[in-house]
Design a protein around this ligand. Structure first.
Ligand SMILES: Cc1cc2nc3c(=O)[nH]c(=O)nc-3n(C[C@H](O)[C@H](O)[C@H](O)COP(=O)(O)O)c2cc1C
Length: 171
């Protein structure tokens, strides 16, 4: 396991993947990392749809303009207010599900996997496609698709640190 800062800096969007498939334990570990994220009042509004079926992945790839990448698995991070622990989720589900997503991305980087966050919400056309293809109900919101697999491209780690964006003590 890499040092946590090195892991964070090494996380890059990977858009070319090896053919090697992910086993269920690996995917489950990614989901455990996602569900360890903070959420408003610990409401945990998230649900995850895991897609490894090649035909479904190829169909989604062919339909999503900025998502035509050959990952062996796609995890759709969704929000379901009906199963959230409390009403905080109405206000904070985007943040809650984004925190879960980032946990998943960083965990994947630490495990030597590549990922790419592909946008769904608030794109009505992508949400509709995901609902129709994967049977996601109307009251469940697919925030994004996380493409995941073993990387077949190399990207340099980097921080993007910019001290002009930092205001110490006051703006
Ligand atoms: C909200 C959000 C939406 C994104 N949507 C897409 C997308 O639809 N397709 C894509 O290829 N990358 C997408 N990305 C990835 C960004 O392009 C990428 O994170 C950014 O260019 C920085 O590069 P890095 O991830 O390698 O650090 C998205 C990232 C975020 C956070």
């Amino acid at each position: 396991m890499k040092d946590i800062l090195d892991t964070i800096f090494s996380r890059r969007s990977i858009r070319i993947y090896d053919r090697k498939k992910l086993d269920k334990e690996t995917i489950t570990n990614l989901l455990k990392a996602a569900m360890a994220a903070p959420s408003g009042s610990n409401s945990r509004p998230w649900e995850f749809v895991v897609v490894t079926d090649e035909d479904k992945i190829n169909f989604l790839r062919s339909k999503i303009k900025y998502g035509n990448y050959n990952a062996p698995a796609i995890i759709i991070v969704c929000s379901n207010l009906a199963i959230a622990q409390n009403e905080s989720a109405y206000k904070y589900w985007v943040q809650d599900c984004s925190a879960a997503t980032e946990n998943l991305l960083v965990a994947a980087a630490g495990m030597g996997l590549g990922t790419c966050w592909v946008a769904s919400y608030p794109k009505e056309d992508v949400m509709k496609l995901l609902r129709e293809t994967l049977g996601i109900p109307e009251d469940v919101f697919p925030l994004n698709l996380i493409y995941v697999g073993y990387p077949a491209e190399e990207k340099a780690p980097r921080t993007q640190y910019d001290e002009t964006r930092v205001h110490w003590e006051s703006y």
